[in-house]
Design a protein around this ligand. Structure first.
Ligand SMILES: [Fe+2]
Length: 271
């Protein structure tokens, strides 16, 4: 009887019963989502605008000298400012002119299949709501601060954008072990990647750039930094709940794109 009752619950309700934050359960999109010009600007309460300002200012203080140049250039191209939560449609317009990408507004964490289909079409799925006041330090769920501030600036970079489009394509072709390997690759590059450039070591991963703890931790001597090697990255273990003890550094976004492309071809994920 208990099981039968459970059958009638949605995945979110079941998760809530099991103690998992329902916002961390990926949901299937049941139809097309608004893209580019179709996206409306939500009527944010003043408290949301204040949260954005607080998060933006706190994080931006740490980024000069830590975030890579390509990311910092992207924040300027996107015209990010603490004064107003960005409008996804306006960000989408910048991508159209720089790398040909556009933005889609999604309701939360989406199923990987939906996510990869959007990436393959050079569409970046973003939320348009911001974490609550009580979660300013940490939220396990996606929100616009992570999506916009963390991910979007690099999407103005041609090599990174090209790599990310290929990632969507390869991920749609992957099954079983290869899917897990690509997920690991995504973690150590898109979310937690470092880059060595002429100025020194810098951050490009969105998970680091949108977390004030990771930003300080990732460049400290508590982290072992390994050179970029797709074969080693895809089998590296990681724990999503703690500060990362091992990270990988690329030498350029061209290296990231080329290395990923070669690994995928070798494994039959890209032709
Ligand atoms: Fe992310």
């Amino acid at each position: 009887m208990k099981d039968q009752k459970n059958e009638n619950l949605s995945a979110y309700e079941k998760a809530a019963q099991e103690g998992i934050d329902p916002r961390c359960i990926p949901q299937w999109l049941d139809g097309p989502v608004p893209e580019h010009d179709e996206i409306k600007y939500p009527d944010y309460p003043e408290s949301d605008q204040q949260s954005w300002k607080f998060l933006y200012e706190r994080q931006m203080k740490f980024l000069p000298g830590r975030a890579c140049k390509e990311y910092m250039d992207g924040t300027e191209q996107l015209n990010l400012s603490p004064d107003k939560i960005p409008y996804l449609k306006e960000l989408s317009n910048v991508f159209r002119k720089t790398t040909g990408w556009k933005v889609a507004r999604v309701p939360g964490l989406i199923q990987s299949q939906n996510f990869f289909e959007l990436l393959r079409r050079s569409v970046f799925p973003s939320t348009d709501y911001i974490r609550g006041k009580e979660e300013l330090d940490y939220t396990p769920a996606p929100d616009l601060f992570h999506d916009i501030f963390g991910h979007m600036p690099l999407l103005t970079n041609k090599s990174f954008a090209s790599f990310y489009q290929k990632f969507g394509e390869a991920a749609l072709n992957a099954k079983g072990e290869n899917s897990v390997k690509l997920e690991t690759f995504h973690w150590f590059t898109v979310e937690f990647g470092l880059i060595n450039n002429s100025e020194g070591r810098r951050i490009y991963g969105a998970g680091v750039l949108s977390s004030h703890k990771e930003v300080q931790h990732s460049l400290s001597d508590q982290v072992e930094v390994k050179p970029f090697d797709p074969e080693k990255i895809v089998v590296q273990e990681y724990d999503v709940w703690h500060l990362q003890p091992i990270l990988f550094a690329i030498d350029s976004f061209e290296q990231l794109e080329k290395g990923f492309d070669e690994w995928c071809k070798k494994n039959g994920l890209l032709s």
